[in-house]
Design a binder for this molecule. Structure first.
Ligand code: NDP
Ligand code: AKG
Length: 451
């Protein structure tokens, strides 16, 4: 990298660190964007002297609030709730809610920052936001989860609205939690609006939204492979996670003729060398979504599989890797191992699952690598389609929504190719996603003046 550009990036990061020094995940996400967007800004006069990226890293609003609720033993519990309203230049804030004990301002700011670029890439009019709580739904009864969700919404409701901010699910927030939160919002506002996405079918949800993030990640990888004259057919796929994104990434990989051999949760991973077929995947969906069990229970029914306690699946030989669990779950050494084992394509279903070192390994090895803000954008894109259906008071068919999702993923892929071309003709999808996402938001901010 040229000395002048490097010093501009370092200078910018110095400023960001002064304000956010104690937020490592947020700094990691900003650094990755700065490395690709600052060189672009330097080459384009309209962005000079406007401090546009410095404005984009500062949330428009960060709300933090107390959530008090009563557990099944009658004890009062206190959690912290958040909503980061990052950027509304191109539409209402949009992004999920995460309920997990690790949730803090750094994690939600990184997620909200990523969301701004991702939502811009979808081509739909959505700003970026993210929120959640350090509440842990694991091991809680349905009644406890309901009481927590209701308490959370008694504060969040005053900050959101179908034209202001439209939350959805993320880790620990699925159909059950969205239902409880929607019920409380509706009661408090006495109004039935599309204020949340990921709703149930009979009360304003969109077909394909549950599948959309996982399907979208596979569609994106399929686009990358097709550009190289390749496909999923006959490939071995390693997937991390066993939640919403992992389940549907597995389902679509199977549909396209691949063999899926791993799934994981935070305690370990399962390796089924015979392949996790449709029947076995159905078992995992019931285990995770209804019985809320652990992935190691897979072996109780399928004893030929193996379970690796406390490990991640990246040492398993594969052609395609789909990290679909959480941030920083794939480090530099694991990336080297994947490359050594012949992996040709990595598409992120999770948000920022690869560390900076891992990304550099993938890029140096010139294998196909899709950053989450591009490859997992199918979820929020379909949320955008849910908002459109709510506004029109219509429901589109499964086929219609799936076609639109496919088209959107192809458009995102093509934008990454347009903005991510290297001098040698190869595609840097990280650069492409960051610049394509930046341009639309930056242009809107410039048009709207200094606000
Ligand atoms: N849902 C969506 O539409 C979208 C989700 N994403 C991203 O995809 C990822 C997965 O989300 P989603 O599937 O919805 O969430 P779920 O809660 O449905 O599943 C999360 C999965 O990740 C595992 N996991 C969570 N934390 C860790 C950890 N620290 N180490 C290892 N495994 C972990 C969970 O295991 P365990 O049960 O043991 O915690 C679980 O298997 C997240 O990064 C999310 O931000 C991105 C775009 C949209
Ligand atoms: O559907 C949505 O609004 C949010 C999805 C999300 O949180 C994400 O893309 O990370």
């Amino acid at each position: 990298m040229e000395e002048n550009i490097k010093s501009k990036i370092d200078g910018f990061m110095q400023l960001v660190k002064q304000r956010n020094g104690h937020e490592p995940e947020f700094l990691q996400a900003v650094q990755e964007v700065a490395e690709t967007v600052i060189p672009y800004i330097i080459q384009h006069d309209i962005y000079h002297g406007k401090n546009i990226l410095l404005r984009m890293v500062e949330p428009e609003r960060l709300i933090s609030f107390r959530v008090s609720w009563v557990d099944d033993n009658g004890e009062i519990q206190v959690n912290r709730g958040y909503r980061v309203q990052m950027n509304s230049a191109i539409g209402p804030y949009k992004g999920g809610l995460r309920f997990h004990p690790t949730v803090n301002a750094s994690i939600l700011k990184f997620l909200a920052f990523e969301q701004v670029f991702k939502n811009s890439l979808t081509t739909l009019p959505m700003g970026g936001g993210k929120g959640g709580s350090d509440f842990d739904p694991k091991g809680k009864s349905d009644n406890e989860v309901m009481r927590f969700c209701h308490a959370f919404m008694t504060e969040l409701f005053r900050h959101i609205g179908h034209n202001t901010d439209v939350p959805a699910g993320d880790i620990g927030v699925g159909a059950r939690e969205i239902g409880f939160m929607f019920g409380m919002y509706k009661k408090l506002k006495n109004s039935f609006t599309g204020v949340l996405t990921g709703k149930g079918q009979s009360w304003g949800g969109s077909l394909i939204r549950p599948e959309a993030t996982g399907y979208g990640a596979v569609y994106f990888a399929q686009n990358m492979l097709q550009r190289k004259g390749d496909s999923f057919e006959g490939k071995t796929v390693v997937i991390s996670g066993s939640g919403n994104v992992a389940q549907y990434a597995a389902e679509k990989s199977l549909e396209l003729g691949a063999k899926v051999v791993t799934l994981s949760d935070s305690a370990g991973y399962i390796y089924d060398k015979e392949g996790i077929d449709t029947e076995k995947l159905k078992f995992v969906m019931d285990l995770k979504n209804n019985r809320r069990g652990r992935i190691k229970e897979y072996l109780d029914t399928y004893p030929n599989a193996e379970y690796f306690e406390g490990e991640r699946p990246w040492s398993v030989k594969c052609d395609i890797a789909l990290p679909c669990a959480t941030q920083n779950e794939l480090d530099g050494d694991e990336a080297k191992q994947l490359i050594k084992n012949g992996c040709m394509c990595v598409a992120e279903g999770a948000n920022m699952p690869s560390t900076a070192e891992a990304i550099h390994e993938f890029q140096n090895a010139k294998i196909l690598f899709a950053p989450g803000k591009a490859s997992n954008a199918g979820g929020v894109a379909t949320s955008g389609l849910e908002m459109s259906q709510n506004a029109l008071r219509m429901s589109w068919s499964r086929k219609e929504v799936d076609e639109k999702l496919k088209d959107i993923m192809e458009d995102i892929h093509d934008s990454c190719v347009e903005y991510g071309k290297n001098d040698d003709g190869s595609i840097d999808y990280v650069k492409g996603a960051n610049i394509a996402g930046f341009v639309k938001v930056a242009d809107a901010m410039l048009a709207q003046g200094i606000i």
